[in-house]
Ligand binder design. Structure first.
Ligand SMILES: Cc1cc2nc3c(=O)[nH]c(=O)nc-3n(C[C@H](O)[C@H](O)[C@H](O)COP(=O)(O)OP(=O)(O)OC[C@H]3O[C@@H](n4cnc5c(N)ncnc54)[C@H](O)[C@@H]3O)c2cc1C
Length: 229
């Protein structure tokens, strides 16, 4: 079976190379981390890939979750009700081939100041993925991470972040540090004026957070966004 899959690697098509799956790590009933070959891919933390099953025309964008120091690639996916690709990828098995295109995107840190300037990383749901890549790739990063989810169990691999740097906002239970949405938390929070802000996840949060932050005096050029849907 694996031999057959390996044969397909050599016939990877022009629209995306084939990469073999190593493992799938289920974090909740719907969220999972897919690990697969890196094939020496160079990427900048914050970039994303287009991923689908080999020989399937459907693919979707996924931020890279793993570090530049890992010899594999990982993506964090939430299975969407009525979704197509997020459901198919949840069923893959080790040894199966994926079609991967990329890396792509400009959602990245300004490397000159990652240890000195404060960084405010704000995510909803799987929008935490590029921030995981930032934190794992750059241990010197001076950051505060605000993660918004519905329930405490969606605090994906929270032990990968330093306790004092991680704030969990839960809108539907009280298992986080703050009960409410990330934007409710932000309204009560005063960032330093030189903070570099990164927003990732659903567009409602991003638009609302953008307005709150600019009202609090963060220059627009310090705010970076990655919209998932
Ligand atoms: C640059 C970029 C990076 C992305 N990175 C990630 C990532 O790291 N992890 C990840 O899980 N997704 C990520 N996404 C979203 C992903 O590309 C797909 O949209 C998602 O997996 C749904 O695909 P689907 O084929 O299952 O559903 P589709 O059939 O394409 O969509 C079904 C519906 O679900 C909505 N939807 C999409 N994502 C979500 C969500 N998370 N929650 C609720 N509704 C949603 C869509 O707007 C659509 O209305 C990213 C999107 C972009 C543009």
């Amino acid at each position: 079976m694996i031999e057959e899959v390996k044969a397909s690697v050599n016939t990877a098509n022009a629209t995306g190379q084939h990469y073999l799956v190593h493992s799938i790590r289920h974090l909740t009933d719907s969220a999972y981390v897919l690990r697969f070959d890196r094939n020496q891919m160079d990427f900048i933390p914050g970039q994303h890939l287009s991923v689908g099953l080999a020989n399937d025309p459907q693919a979707r964008e996924y931020s890279i979750y793993s570090s530049v120091n890992d010899d594999f690639l990982e993506i964090l996916i939430k299975e969407v009700d009525e979704g197509i690709v997020s459901k198919k990828l949840k069923k893959v098995k080790p040894g199966q081939a994926l079609r991967v295109t990329g890396p792509m995107g400009f959602f990245k840190l300004n490397m000159g100041s990652i240890a000195s300037d404060p960084h405010l990383l704000i995510a909803t749901g799987t929008g935490i993925s590029p921030f995981h890549a930032f934190v794992k790739s750059y241990p010197e990063l001076n950051y505060q991470l605000i993660h918004g989810v519905r329930y405490g169990q969606e605090a994906y691999e929270k032990d990968h972040y330093a306790d004092q740097r991680y704030i969990l906002c839960t809108s539907r239970d009280d298992k986080g540090h703050f009960k409410g949405r990330t934007t409710d938390y932000l309204r009560k929070f005063q960032p330093q004026a030189n903070t570099r802000v990164y927003l990732c996840g659903n567009c409602d949060m991003i638009f609302e957070a953008y307005d709150i932050l600019t009202d609090k005096g963060i220059p627009t050029e310090n705010i970076h966004t990655e919209v998932y849907f």
